[in-house]
Ligand binder design. Structure first.
Ligand code: NAD
Length: 343
């Protein structure tokens, strides 16, 4: 058995512990390639230590540079700052990789295989917002500042282009709004075009598309795209759009990759409405674990996990309520482990 890879494991809040348990059991069935360091964050962190991102969790990820994370609860409005955003900042997780691939056939869109690469640290997400008072209205004018840097754009575009080349993708589209936001998204477009000409020409085709047209084209004919790379806010919106093409957030994994670490997670949240009921769908986190295996170059294990998952859903027809089935998380886990044992 090759040496185990140290990795931080955050069970998370709500349904997190339930879907993490299924995922760890599936990885165990594949030979337990990771040596887990269990840590807490989110509401669990607040309850145990008063901090949604405890120092021990940060220290663990700094050591392992690799984490699998269940969803973390963030209160809306007031309360503590999102641990997810803090993790992105702390570990400079500049790339958000969101693949959307059809697993269950027969939905509105068949055979979808798209990847959205979103810039995760810059743009309109930096949070520089303020109001200007006029007369007695303190919120008469609202302002936000977006910041995109050439260096930040280049490292994200380079990540996307490397990913496209390494995974044999045929086409990359840079999504922008440089006709209107000439500076803010123009710098991203210009950097991408220059980088492609200098380093990637001939390895895949490059096109550019304006965000609004891109949204329409994705709904009319999603198969015309392959990899989409874009700035923070556009990427946030497009990655949910493509999740909708393959059955919603419950089927979509995400990876946050950066200079100092890589953190893999399901795209959905902690689903407090169904937490503890034993009916959560673990598919998205299992797909995140497959991405984590690929990140660690354990491609054969990732392929076995993906195959077992697809067979559980499509051959055995074991599906949780969100997918129109009647199975519990425990039924799903049993069926998946049986499939993995056969593989
Ligand atoms: P949510 O994704 O938790 O839930 C939306 C709906 O989808 C709910 O009805 C839920 O029951 C259902 N759902 C989600 N995942 C499911 C699964 N695996 N199986 C079956 N059904 C599932 O979104 P929300 O309710 O807006 O957010 C709840 C909490 O999660 C909030 O505190 C939010 O901040 C947090 N959140 C965390 C992350 C993260 O950690 N990456 C992402 C999104 C939201």
């Amino acid at each position: 058995m090759p040496q185990k890879i140290p990795a931080t494991l955050i069970a998370g809040d709500g349904i997190g512990p339930e879907i993490v348990a299924t995922t760890v059991a599936a990885l165990d069935a594949l030979g337990a390639p990771f040596e887990w360091d269990p840590q807490i964050a989110g509401l669990g962190g607040v309850q145990a230590t008063g901090d949604p991102l405890p120092a021990a969790t940060i220290a663990s990820i700094r050591r392992t540079r690799l984490a699998l994370k269940g969803p973390l609860e963030t209160p809306s409005g007031g309360g503590y700052r999102s641990s997810n955003v803090r993790l992105r900042e702390e570990f400079k997780l500049y790339a958000n990789l969101r693949p959307a691939r059809t697993i269950i056939p027969g939905d509105r869109f068949e055979n979808i295989d798209l990847v959205v690469v979103r810039e995760n640290l810059e743009g309109l997400y930096i949070g520089h917002e303020h109001y200007i008072q006029i007369d007695d209205d303190p919120h008469a004018v609202a302002m936000a500042t977006g910041v995109n840097t050439r260096q930040g754009s280049r490292r994200l575009l380079e990540f996307a282009f490397e990913h496209a080349a390494a995974t044999g993708r045929k086409r990359v589209a840079i999504v922008h709004k440089a006709n209107i936001m000439k500076a803010l998204t123009g710098i991203f477009l210009e950097t991408g075009l220059e980088l492609y000409e200098r380093k990637y020409k001939g390895r895949f085709a490059l096109e550019t598309v304006i965000i609004d047209a891109c949204a329409m084209k994705l709904v009319l004919n999603p198969w015309q795209f392959d990899v989409l790379v874009t700035t923070n806010l556009f990427g946030d919106i497009l990655s949910d759009l493509v999740a909708g093409l393959v059955g919603g957030l419950g089927m979509t994994p995400g990876a946050n990759i950066g200079a100092d670490a890589a953190i893999f997670e399901a795209v959905h949240g902690s689903a407090p409405d169904i937490a503890g009921k034993g009916i959560a769908n673990p598919t998205a986190l299992l797909l995140a674990a497959a991405m984590m295996l690929e990140h660690c170059r354990l491609h054969e294990l990732a392929a076995r996990l993906r195959k077992g998952l697809s067979e559980t859903l499509n051959v055995d027809g074991v599906r949780t309520g969100d997918l129109g089935g009647k199975s519990t998380t425990a039924d799903f886990t049993r069926a998946l482990l049986a499939r993995l044992a056969k593989a």
